[in-house]
Design a protein around this ligand. Structure first.
Ligand SMILES: [Ca+2]
Ligand SMILES: [Ca+2]
Length: 128
């Protein structure tokens, strides 16, 4: 992987320590030939959570979780921005998704939760 990127399972991950909306985070990742991270296993979930632990604290961050319609009622409408299959869904937080906002992040407690897309967080980019 390039400098500053973390290697896991053959892919490279970057934690961007700047507060972006999810749309701005997506654009940032694309500039570097990557996407907001997609998560396909408990191991990948834990890895991403681990690289968000630095400077003495755990951080939450945007991942590439988005939704096109009925985001609150249809968990199955959620998808990964990079087009990869939604084959791991166990990380949704209790009761999530629970709002109409089509953006979700990885929280401090290592679960996913939707939130207003204009919220700002660090972000995790991923590329092959
Ligand atoms: Ca991935
Ligand atoms: Ca929520």
């Amino acid at each position: 992987c390039d400098d500053g990127w973390n290697d896991f399972g053959g892919n490279c991950y970057l934690v961007r320590e700047e507060y972006f909306s999810q749309a701005d985070a997506k654009e940032y990742c694309e500039v570097y030939g990557s996407n907001l991270a997609s998560i396909h296993s408990h191991e990948e979930q834990d890895f991403i959570h681990s690289i968000l632990n630095f400077g003495g604290e755990q951080h939450q961050a945007w991942i590439g979780l988005t939704c096109d319609s009925n985001c609150m009622t249809e968990q199955s409408n959620w998808r990964w921005m990079d087009g990869s299959p939604m084959d791991y869904k166990e990380a949704w937080g209790m009761g999530e998704p629970d709002s109409y906002d089509p953006c979700a992040r990885l929280r401090l407690d290592n679960t996913w939760a939707d939130i207003a897309c204009s919220s700002v967080f660090y972000s995790v980019c991923e590329k092959p």
